[in-house]
Structures are given as structure tokens and as C-alpha cells.
Design a protein around this ligand. Sequence first.
Ligand code: DX5
Ligand code: ZN
Length: 219
Amino acid sequence: MKKIQISPSILSADFSQLSSEIKKLENGGADMIHVDVMDGHFVPNLTLGPPIIKALRSHTKLPFDVHLMISPVHKYIKNFSDAGADIITIHPETTDSLIDSINHIKDLGKKAGVSLNPKTEISVVEKYLEKINLVLIMSVNPGFGGQKFIPNVIPKIKELSRIKKDKNLNFDIEVDGGINFENSKSVIEAGANILVSGTTIFKENSGDIKKNIEILKSI
Ligand code: DX5
Ligand code: ZN
């Protein structure tokens, strides 16, 4: 089994001090930084774009795990790559050609991820699993932090994990949305190796980031 990694979502950080929030995450043992990009169109919320990612790039050595919830996504991929994204994850619904967008991300030298909404089937991504670096399973409907985990994504994580083993593939399985100390164990046991978390990491134990990351990693 791969080592469990934590990708804290800065959606729950203090946006007026993002550089120090990112330092705190780095010092607290985060493995990467999850950046939720929302367009007010594919999802009903608006967040941030390439200029902020670029401004933050020099403030941490951790990889930027950029989750694009924007449509159409293809024409903006290079902007996020140039800004300093290391992993670029897209939703299949936001591009005319998923394979072209995956190839574009990889041609830019970045890791390519595909994200599946709770209702999006694994079959949408199945034929690209050899090519991509990561599948991001959404355990809430994307758009907002602080939502409740949808437990029926657990069988989906198990199914993806089974396909990965059967085909002897190496992509990461990342799970995003409503992860807390109660459900993290079952998510990891189902086969996830990267957990995204905003609310739990920034708010539990009076915001003790290091402690919260340690608890999420332990199963
Ligand atoms: C939802 C985002 C998630 C979410 C994580 O659209 O993709 O990254 O904000 O935050 P919590 O852990 O609060 O659900
Ligand atoms: Zn996300």
C-alpha cells in the first residue's frame, strides 16, 4: 500500500494571510497543498485563479495540487501550469475531449488528475487510467467546503482500487470533501492514498494543524 498523504485545502484557510497559512501547513506535515479553483459556472462558487497561485509559489516547496472546477477548462490549463501547479486535476464534464486535456497537462510536464463527482461513474475515466497520475473521487458535490461526506462513495473507491490492482497500475486515489476523523479510516481502507481536507485540518482541535494531519494519517 502507498504511504498515506494529506493535501490540505486552502479553501478553509484565512485568505488574508495565505502565505503564512501555507507555511503552517508545511510545518504541520502536509504533503501537498490542495487549491480549489471555482468559476461560479461549473460550480456555484467563485474562488481564486492563476495570479494567486503564482504569488504563493515561492512561499512553499510543497507541490500544488490544483483542483480545477472551471468550464471550459482546456484553454486555461497552461495558465495554471505557468503559475506553478504541479498536479492539475480536471472534471470530465468541463472539456470537449478528456484525452486532449490530459495530454495537454502531461505535455506541460505536470501530473494529470481526473475528478469524478459523486454521480459520475468510473467508466468515464477507465480507459485513461494508464495515462493519468491521479483520480480525485469527490465525496461531496463540488462547490463548497464544510459539506457532509457522502458515504456511498466508499464502494466507488473500492471499485477503483480493485481496477488499479487488477491492471497493476500506479495512479493515486485521492478523496475530497467532508473528510473527518470518523470517516478517514474507512476512506483509506477502501483504497485512497491521498486525503484532501479543509475544515478538519483548519478547525478541529482549535486549529492545531500538525495534530489534525497526524490524526488523519493514522489508521
Ligand atoms: C469542494 C472542494 C473541497 C473541499 C474540502 O468543492 O473541492 O476541496 O473544499 O473541504 P472540506 O474538507 O471542508 O470538505
Ligand atoms: Zn478540491
